[in-house]
Ligand binder design. Structure first.
Ligand code: GCU
Length: 612
């Protein structure tokens, strides 16, 4: 499975030994939501596999292509054949997790098989892909009984080419999704969030010309220093299967920028053009430009903002101006209805909370969220921290796990590279400070930097153990980071709320974001400020945090843990947690706690820190 994932993205055909899977693809379609597609969302039949995947895995652990993937129908009157029938099986909504749709599957972290029919009219001179927004955790996809791809990773998109297996008329797709947590998984087995399984984001069929635009990068030229006068746009467009010299046109009418360039032998056409007028993207002016790309038969448009983000000493500069990030953390859970967030309504509600809170920033923890989140952030002017789920302990000593991580990193960056709102790529959260881990994550940070030299790289560092009232972050990983995220829970897991008043921090000379801090409170639970689990105590802990922040000179942002209470199987104090992490400023059913108003005021008054 890992070998196949690696080869799909890393184009290392030598690794693609498994028999049935199709030829490795060096592609992951970007901007699919702007292509004309056939949506495969809706009701899919499902079958629950006997744990740990009796129908999916053979006795040797290989993928069984001859079981439910065949989509057979039982001969009720005989002779005896199969004992399953998708066509008569119950259905699950896609996109969606299975846990919150079927009570019996609430705690199911095994294998569920999905099936649906769909019509297709394959046209000569075109290629068709099944695009999956995300599926947690491992997925195996068959179309018309042929395995077309396998994928590992629950929070990034992938594509399966189906051109060779489609036929005119009715076709069918079967997808086995295995949500089992793996020691060598990313994340690994121990996580403080709910492991929702299933086809959790949009699925669609995408038909493109044989030679098509599968990737591009259009950004404001990022020189060694920000030039406020520059209107230089640069980047590349990659046309898959295009012979060298293929013409590619990029046209940004509103910016008065248009050029036609040629592809090189690898299908890449690089360009640099000067716009005649350009409003830079920022929270105050989240200006997006219609960008039209054309090559051969293929046409693709996008809405892209242009901005410059960089670090200068201990400052974070947006378009040359020092900024302070006023944000919150959040998990990809749907407000009120619960389950994975994946609808326009879910996202609209979440952004209404951020706006109401006077936030200009959001940390999407601890994995890439639905693309609707970064699209909306682009439109609403909310800056984004995007992270891959190297959460605490993973198998840092395994090269194959590192290869998986690179796949996930590439998938994350490829999907959101052209989102102006995304200002930081994070490679991990709260990881153990040891040389093996530091090497692993330093390499990954450098990989991210080479994939995208236009954005700072970061990570959230675990809170150091206090030495008296000294908190020293001397984590060697910080040397590999441009911006340092710092988690700490003084007043909740550590010490008393008042300890924060006396706490002295020592940090690397870099911009610091306090990426996690806070306390748990059950909405509606009231009492004295020294009574844990009350809204009053949550506010009290935070007020003392604010006093501590005022004494951190290179503090450039704050993201309290967490915007909304979220499901976590590790949180089981009856009547207080009941399966939820209660550090939210808002309850899971949308009720604002007193702490929400505390931030609303602090962010309105810009009292938590200074841009420089
Ligand atoms: C950690 C971790 C979060 C977790 C939080 C908590 O810092 O990064 O994922 O939910 O603490 O304990 O509430």
């Amino acid at each position: 499975m890992l070998r196949l994932a690696a080869c799909l993205i890393l184009a290392a055909p030598a690794l693609c030994a498994p028999a049935q899977a199709q030829q490795p693809l060096q592609t992951l379609l970007v901007n699919v939501d702007h292509r004309s597609t056939v949506s495969l969302n809706g009701d899919w039949h499902y079958l629950v596999d006997q744990s740990p995947g009796r129908a999916l895995y053979t006795s040797t652990g290989a993928i069984n292509d001859k079981s439910y993937a065949m989509n057979d129908h039982p001969h009720i009157v005989g002779p005896h054949n199969e004992e399953y029938d998708f066509s008569a099986a119950p259905t699950l909504k896609v996109p969606g997790d299975w846990n919150t749709q079927v009570p019996q599957l609430f705690n199911d972290e095994g294998v569920v098989w999905y099936q649906r029919d769909f019509d297709a009219q394959p046209k000569p001179g075109t290629r068709t892909f099944l695009h999956v927004g995300a599926a947690n955790y491992r997925s195996h996809v068959w179309v018309n009984q042929k395995r077309v791809c396998d994928h590992e990773g629950g929070y990034t998109p992938f594509d399966c080419e189906v051109t060779a297996v489609l036929h005119p008329g009715s076709n069918f797709v079967v997808i086995a999704v295995d949500a089992t947590r793996l020691v060598d998984g990313i994340p690994s087995v121990g996580i403080d969030w709910f492991n929702y399984g299933g086809l959790t984001r949009d699925l669609s069929l995408v038909t493109v010309p044989t030679a098509f635009i599968d990737d591009y990068d259009v950004h404001l030229a990022h020189g060694s220093a920000f030039d406020p006068m520059s209107k230089e746009l640069t980047g590349y467009i990659h046309v898959l299967n295009a012979p060298a010299g293929t013409a590619v046109t990029i046209d940004i009418p509103e910016a008065g920028a248009k050029t036609t360039v040629q592809t090189n032998a690898e299908g890449t056409a690089s360009f640099t053009i000067n716009a005649t007028s350009l409003t830079l993207w920022s929270p105050e002016t989240p200006k997006l430009y219609k960008v039209n790309l054309a090559s051969g038969e293929d046409r693709l448009s996008d809405e892209i903002g242009f901005r410059d983000i960089r670090v200068d000493g201990t400052r974070i500069l947006l378009n040359g101006k020092a900024i302070f990030l006023q944000g919150a953390n959040m998990h990809a859970e749907a407000p009120v209805r619960g389950g994975r967030a994946n609808t326009d309504q879910d996202v609209a509600t979440i952004f209404s909370y951020l706006k109401d809170m006077n936030a200009n920033f959001v940390r999407l923890a601890h994995y890439p969220h639905d693309e609707r989140m970064t699209r909306t952030a682009d439109r609403d002017g909310i800056m984004v921290w995007s992270e891959i789920p190297n959460w605490q302990r993973i198998s840092y000593d395994k090269p194959e796990v590192y290869a998986k991580d690179v796949v996930m990193l590439k998938e994350m960056i490829r999907r959101d590279r052209n989102k102006a709102s995304v200002i930081l790529w994070s490679v991990s959260n709260e990881t153990p400070n040891n040389p093996t881990r530091t090497k692993f994550l330093t390499d990954l940070a450098n990989e991210a930097r080479s994939l995208d030299p236009t954005r700072p790289i970061t990570s959230a560092i675990i809170g150091p153990k206090p030495k008296g009232f000294e908190m020293v972050n001397d984590d060697p990983l910080c040397a590999a980071l441009d911006v340092v995220g710092q988690n700490e829970y003084i007043g909740w897991y550590e010490g008393t709320p008042e300890d924060a008043d006396k706490m002295h921090w020592t940090f690397p000379n870099k911009p610091i974001i306090m990426t996690e801090f806070g306390a748990e409170a059950k909405h509606g639970n009231h009492g004295a400020t020294n009574q844990r689990w009350t809204e009053e105590q949550q506010v009290y802990v935070l007020q003392h945090q604010f006093m501590m922040f005022a004494r951190i000179p290179n503090l450039r942002g704050t993201t309290p843990w967490v915007l909304m209470d979220f499901r976590s199987p590790t949180r089981n104090i009856p009547k207080l947690q009941d399966g939820y992490n209660r550090k939210g400023l808002i309850s899971e059913d949308g009720k604002k706690k007193q702490a929400f108003d505390l931030f609303k005021q602090a962010y309105k008054d810009h009292t938590l820190g200074k841009p420089e």
